[in-house]
Design a protein around this ligand. Structure first.
Ligand code: GLU
Length: 490
């Protein structure tokens, strides 16, 4: 049997870590098994539908480099892949259930359901439909429908016995039928399906073989099994994925930090780092290996190595992976990753000029080791694209030095700049050492004011390399500006 799996997001909010984990596991499982990965958009909830959420699905998986074999934009033999375009099918199959006696029309008004609910609440009873319409004879229901009375279609959940299914990871899951939602709505009065009906009908007609989804869907499992049975279909294999928790043991949510992918992307995480780390949330290859590229996972992923225990999302660990992948980037690739961040900070144009590209390419190796996120780069490299940020006179003065002294040093350094760009870094280091000796001062008393003059800060990427990228003209102009500041009377 060839594997067909799907990721079935509802476009109601941004893609977050949990959803991405589900998508990745489905995708990698399909790839590793030589199967088909489907994207299906579950957009039947008109009130909660948000077109930005749909765009975010495309953007997120395009950015991660995850593509689907069937689905929106690419089509496929079992489409359409938007549930909103399949409503005829759901209506047809809801009707089949009514015809076979597995479902029934319910004519209860919103007011009646509301008073039922508040009555149950006041008496401290369990909530749920009281099955009033379940007893209406089919001919009567048909007549009321024909007369234009509004209705929904409900499933007849058996009153006795229990329903069970096997979960590949968790084992057998059994539920007493009296504990299942009493006769859930399958088709609403506006003709739109609820999640349960659309999900089951689509999984069947799209030929889905395995359902990999979050554990929060386990409670829907027995109901779905009842639906498969009512239709006379064979259910797919189930595998509910381990929960993803924050470090406090509660379900991962905004309270713990960023969870939406767009936030991670904007902060400057690399897709490689996200894919690698998220794949380890509930899966492992063996007890030691932790570095996996997308291509590795496409080969190595298997359901047998899923963990039962909940996974803990560790922001620090993700940050660590990000650093590893940033350091693996060759200069040109790192430059390309940094460009959008520099652009957003207003430091390079859109598109970047060839000169800006060249500066960034030269600067990439200077910051590679220091970046936790790509978003750290603009701050570190600003001085290469703009005048240095304003600094105070005091910042130019190392401890126990006088302005006149530093003024003199900077004058000497300015002279050194004449030959600086013709010498190698070790040769320049030697020149500065000799100068310090000649001036009877420490090397630090030369380099620190130079660094502040050139970069506007006491901490910067390696100084000589930075000066080389900045060029003689700008370096000298910045030295002169610093000297003028020191020379000015307070
Ligand atoms: N649309 C559901 C969701 O948003 C799909 C759940 C499932 O995979 O059955 O997660």
């Amino acid at each position: 049997m060839s594997v067909r799996v799907r990721y079935a997001p509802s476009p109601t909010g941004l893609q977050h870590i949990g959803g991405v984990r589900t998508a990745l596991f489905n995708y990698f499982f399909a790839r590793a098994m030589g199967g088909v990965f489907i994207l299906r958009i579950e957009d039947t909830d008109q009130e909660r539908y948000d077109p930005r959420a749909l765009q975010d699905i495309y953007d997120t998986y395009d950015w991660l480099g995850i593509s689907w074999d069937e689905g929106p934009r690419v089509g496929g033999p079992r489409g359409p892949y938007f549930q909103s375009q399949r409503t005829e099918l759901y209506r047809e199959y809801a009707q089949k259930l009514v015809d076979s006696g597995e479902g029934y029309h319910c004519f209860c008004t919103a007011e009646r359901l509301e008073s039922l609910r508040s009555g149950q609440e006041a008496r401290g009873e369990g909530q749920g439909y009281d099955r009033l319409c379940r007893g209406i004879p089919p001919e009567e229901a048909r007549a009321r429908k024909a007369a234009g009375e509004k209705s929904v279609v409900r499933l007849k959940v058996p009153l006795e016995g229990s329903t069970s299914f096997h979960d590949r990871l968790i084992g057998d899951i059994e539920r007493a039928n009296r504990d299942i939602n009493p006769d859930p709505v399958l088709l609403k009065s506006d003709g739109f399906p609820t999640y349960h009906l659309a999900n089951v009908v689509d999984d069947h007609f799209m030929g889905i073989t395995h359902i990999l989804r979050a554990q929060e869907w386990i409670p829907s499992g027995p109901l779905h099994i009842l639906l498969y049975r009512a239709f006379g279909w064979t259910p797919p294999e189930y595998c509910h994925l381990p929960m993803v928790m924050g470090e406090d043991g509660k379900k991962l949510s905004k309270r713990h930090g960023s969870t939406s992918l767009v936030e991670f992307r904007d902060q400057g995480y690399l897709p490689e780092a996200i894919i690698n780390y998220v794949s380890l949330l509930g899966w492992s290859y063996d007890d030691t290996r932790q570095m996996f590229s997308r291509a590795d996972l496409e080969r190595l992923f298997s359901l047998d190595r899923l963990n039962k225990a909940a996974a803990v999302f560790d922001y620090k660990k993700l940050e660590w992976f990000n650093g590893v992948y940033i350091r693996e980037k060759p200069d040109a690739a790192l430059k390309d990753e940094l460009l959008p961040f520099m652009r957003r900070a207003g430091l390079v144009e859109d598109p970047a000029t060839p000169e800006q590209e060249a500066v960034l390419l030269a600067a990439a190796p200077l910051v590679r080791e220091r970046l936790r996120f790509l978003g750290d780069a603009p701050e570190l490299l600003r001085f290469l694209f703009r005048d240095p940020p304003p600094y105070s006179r005091e910042e130019l003065l190392p401890k126990k030095t006088e302005p006149e002294e530093i003024l003199r040093y900077l004058g000497e350094i300015r002279s050194l700049m004449e030959g600086f760009f013709h010498r190698s870094d070790p040769e320049n280091e030697e020149e500065f050492r000799l100068l310090a000796e000649r001036l009877h001062t420490r090397l630090g008393s030369l380099l620190m004011p130079l660094r502040v003059a050139v970069t506007g800060s006491k901490v910067s990427p390696p100084l000589f390399e930075s000066i080389r990228i900045l060029g003689k003209e700008k370096t000298v102009a910045r030295l002169v500006a610093a000297m003028e500041m020191l020379a000015a009377r307070e």
